[in-house]
Design a protein around this ligand. Structure first.
Ligand SMILES: [Zn+2]
Length: 359
């Protein structure tokens, strides 16, 4: 099949893939060409889940989200002039929640709320769309974005409203076959009885303490216990005199600008994140950590430096401070990780099954 001029989404083998990234609030849809690695025609829309319909029952939201994915995949297939009668594109979905190897979504608290039965998403979508379908966890997908560029094993750490991680080695993400792994955010790092509550219902989990949401809560607690100190802080002087009106953007700006109050609070949460990183390093020797997530990237280099300082203070067995500094890097500051990563996974699967597509 010839490549129609001016259409970068069509390859000689017809392998352009529709890619989706289903998050708690946003559904991203794009077209990915595995041969060139090019992502194009990205659209973003609100997910038809819990964020839009907070009172709807989980089974209703599950159905709505699956329907929305089908609708957008069909729309994307129709919007490809010049490709008929070629087969509609394969679909690769990165999903915010644990996903079993067979593409079953085991849970998605941020998308359709806690509880609910597992959804055999890959099976449902391939039955309804009649195209090869791949469904993987969104962080697993994101790890693939960096996997082909990193010659050494690495750990992706996302610090946004929650915390997650994935370890990538030898072209694959290290996960249990049922999807376990990558949940450092639910590691219990504070065992005190009044430790912050996590979204999952647990107490003292890393994600409740060192995520963007956790740091915001910590700044508010610090403001309540030291109102004079808070009144002198950058966010208070910039207008958030009442810490209830404080948000993560104000905290990120204050830390970037070197505000002592907010920086001290952030440092107190990084103690736990550094302990988690130190544990991963000490147990399996990962020497590269890629920081992602809206909160970490909003602070940027200063966040990386503060985490490195805490890691050096706690010590990474056998490493010098310079070696610790070299092992923590910032990821790309965009939201295309899931789309590019899941497109790459699908591209490699399609290449492997070129003779007989049995995804
Ligand atoms: Zn938790």
């Amino acid at each position: 099949m010839a490549i129609p001029p001016g259409d970068p989404t069509v390859t000689e083998t017809g392998e352009a893939v529709t890619v989706m990234d289903v998050g708690g609030t946003t559904l991203r849809v794009g077209t990915f060409d595995p041969r060139s690695g090019r992502l194009s025609d990205v659209r973003r829309m609100p997910v038809d889940g819990m964020a839009r319909h907070p009172d709807a029952p989980v089974p209703v939201l599950q159905r709505q989200v699956v329907d929305q994915i089908v609708r957008e995949a069909e729309r994307r297939a129709e919007a490809r002039p010049g490709t008929a009668p070629a087969a509609p594109p394969a679909l690769a979905v990165a999903f915010a929640g644990p996903v079993a190897r067979d593409g079953t979504v085991l849970g998605a608290p941020t998308v359709w709320g806690a509880g609910g039965k597992p959804v055999p998403l890959r099976e449902d979508l391939s039955a309804r769309l009649s195209v090869p379908v791949l469904v993987v966890n969104d962080l697993t997908a994101a790890a693939w974005r960096y996997g082909t560029e990193s010659p050494v094993p690495f750990c992706l750490l996302t610090i946004s409203s929650g915390i997650g991680n994935k370890v990538f080695r030898d072209g694959d993400v290290l996960l249990d076959i049922e999807g376990y792994g990558g949940e450092l955010g639910h590691w219990t790092c504070d065992r005190s009885p009044d430790a912050p509550l996590c979204d999952c219902g647990g107490r003292g989990h890393l994600g409740a303490i060192a995520s963007g949401r956790g740091v915001l809560a910590a700044v508010r607690r610090a403001a309540a216990s030291d109102p004079t100190g808070y009144a002198r802080s950058a966010p208070a002087r910039a207008g958030a005199a009442d810490p209830r009106f404080l948000g993560n953007p104000e905290i990120a700006r204050a830390v970037r600008d070197g505000d002592p109050f907010t920086t001290a609070v952030l440092r107190s949460t990084l103690v736990h994140l550094a302990a988690a990183v130190g544990g991963v390093f000490a147990s399996i020797g990962i020497r590269r950590y890629v920081l992602m997530g809206g909160f970490a990237l909003a602070i940027g280099e200063r966040y990386r430096v503060l985490l490195v300082e805490e890691l050096v203070r706690q010590g990474c067995f056998g490493l010098t401070a310079a070696q610790v500094d070299a092992m923590v890097v910032l990821g790309e500051d965009d939201d295309d990780h899931g789309l590019i990563g899941v497109g790459r996974i699908m591209g490699s699967r399609l290449a492997a099954h070129r003779e007989k597509v049995t995804l």
